[in-house]
Design a protein around this ligand. Structure first.
Ligand code: SF4
Length: 65
């Protein structure tokens, strides 16, 4: 999914928080343990050392040699 969130849109550490007014924000899970990361990063995040793909490519089914 690509949208205004940049890398956060595909990051395993991103948590979507929706306000009472319906606005959606990204909360960075790494911010809880690492002060380098903002709790609510300014979007779009274009480069991030903490990025971790939330949907890694499916592993090949079975083992191939
Ligand atoms: S680690 Fe980086 S890319 Fe992932 S949610 Fe936090 S700010 Fe976004």
């Amino acid at each position: 999914m690509t949208d205004g969130r940049g890398l956060c849109a595909a990051c395993a550490h991103a948590h979507i928080v929706t306000s009472a007014r319906g606005s959606a924000f990204v909360m960075c899970g790494l911010s809880r343990t690492d002060e380098r990361f903002a709790k609510y990063p300014r979007l779009p995040v274009l480069a991030c050392v903490g990025f971790e793909a939330s949907r890694p490519p499916r592993e090949a089914q079975g083992h191939q040699r």
